[in-house]
Design a protein around this ligand. Sequence first.
Ligand code: 13P
Length: 257
Amino acid sequence: MRRKVIAGNWKMNKDIHETANLIVELMDRMKDFKNQVDVIICPPYTSLVVAKSLIKDFPIKLGAQNMSQYDDGAYTGEISVTMLTAIGCQYVILGHSERRQYFKETDDLINSKVKKALSAGLTPIVCIGETLEEREAGVTDKIITTQIKGVLRELSSSEVEKIIIAYEPVWAIGTGKNATPEQANQVHKLIRKLIGQLYSWALAEKILIQYGGSMNAENAASLLSQSDIDGGLIGGASLKSDAFVTIIQAGVESPTH
Ligand code: 13P
């Protein structure tokens, strides 16, 4: 049985004051939830400390949106894995398509960050997904296969078991155009099949695969009820407590697989 994971990627939104307000609202709206799904928030680096202090006794977990592949040293502007674990982060989003597109992150670089995160006990949420041109050219499966092989290179079965994969079709991110539940589930099935072929079918059954890309309060229930969708990585709709909590509720009510 795979537990649903609902994560909010706040991207470059919310200063420390807005962070505190949003978390207080979230905790208020979530007070009747009984821990049935894992809820993660990933605010900007500058908000992590204040976020951690507010959620410390509450079943919301903390994640970062990126981190360096290096341990420490002269890397101006970078944040290391131990800086994140010292705050109490348990998750880190790696390889988001915005990092790939604007900051030229490659599968190779993402692979080294995944290894670094795992070595420090942080759970990587590793993002993959095709662009609109790739989907229209009919090469989605090829792109997903290349990305999966690239980001998981040289990882053992026991390491991959600790990873969450987020399938985020680039054309669905921030566009209001989500993949249909069937379209998304088809790619999730492909990812599971690849894990089965590369590792084992037991691991393929266990690994958590989130969907991301214009998931919102209206479409969450139908996406989350799909057989191979184990949660959501939510951008815009995670910035409003009512929408995010409706999505969490949809996760609680959706069937587990
Ligand atoms: P939106 O939900 O705003 O489309 O963003 C999705 C995303 O990129 C989450 O990482």
